[in-house]
Design a protein. Structure first.
Length: 271
């Protein structure tokens, strides 16, 4: 049975993700433009990223004023409750800017550095993914009710469908492209969706065998990492490490370890 605190955190994350997703889906202006850039001129922020983060942090702060926040668009407070919310209000901003459907709202609640609950809403798919630590992962969508998630049975690595992403800093993405060039002959194929949160949920849902990326921040993977693990996938960074900016890897058992080893051999974590 899920304890009262975790239930509260999960339901609040679900409400905040739903409301932010509706704002982003229904409130997108026809003349949406770049409001700012981050790591490079092509790493963009729109006014809707900012509005969605304000909605999420405002809603949560009203209900739980003592909690802390770590958000992509600047929310950063320590809090005094021991709970920290890790928020990506719009994962896949470039997709959103161009009108592509693969973008998500990602919200995770942490305690003592461990994620207790996570929600990823993917409004243009009509799907929402959720997980509670130790209690499994679930999704809602076009089907009736909630569906329990389970990652795919592991194929041999050369038959694995793996997704990745590319950084917006030219030197980093050039190195990532070289890694992908050397990796793709060893796999069934590579996909690139433009949203780490969606990719991790697709591993959980059995739509991908694996996923890896260099350069992610905590808000990119906090919720999706929990959802993938609770669906039976393995996740990590470099061998023996947790996901980090150096490397984030997820995959079905049987795919994860050979993929992680191969990425290490290819130097995927550095240039």
């Amino acid at each position: 049975m899920i304890d009262a605190l975790t239930t509260e955190l999960l339901e609040l994350a679900r409400e905040a993700a739903r409301r932010a997703g509706e704002l982003l889906r229904d409130g997108r202006p026809a003349d949406l433009a770049v409001a700012a850039t981050k790591s490079s001129p092509i790493d963009v922020v729109t006014e809707m990223d900012i509005a969605a983060e304000k909605l999420i942090t405002g809603l949560i702060a009203d209900r739980r004023p003592d909690d802390g926040f770590l958000g992509e668009e600047g929310a950063a407070t320590e809090g005094t409750s021991g709970i920290r919310w890790v928020v990506d209000p719009l994962d896949g901003t470039v997709n959103y800017l161009y009108g592509l459907p693969t973008w998500a709202v990602s919200i995770a609640a942490e305690q003592d550095g461990e994620t207790l609950a996570g929600v990823v809403a993917v409004p243009m798919r009509g799907e929402s993914f959720l997980a509670v630590r130790g209690r499994g992962a679930w999704a809602t969508g076009a089907w009736a009710g909630q569906r329990k998630l389970a990652c795919r049975a592991a194929p041999p690595l050369d038959q694995a469908l793996v997704s990745t992403g590319f950084n917006y800093v030219t030197e980093v993405r050039t190195h990532q492209a070289d890694v992908a060039r050397r990796l793709i002959p060893r796999l069934r194929d590579i996909r690139r969706s433009g949203s780490a949160a969606v990719d991790l949920c697709d591993v959980a849902a059995g739509r991908l065998d694996g996923y890896y990326e260099r350069g992610l921040n905590a808000w990119d993977y906090a919720a999706g990492d929990l959802i993938a693990r609770e669906a039976g996938a393995l996740t990590g960074g470099r061998p023996g490490e947790r996901p980090s900016r150096d490397l984030t890897v997820a995959g079905s058992p049987g795919v994860f370890e050979p993929l992680q080893r191969l990425l290490e051999d290819l130097g995927a974590w550095h240039d």
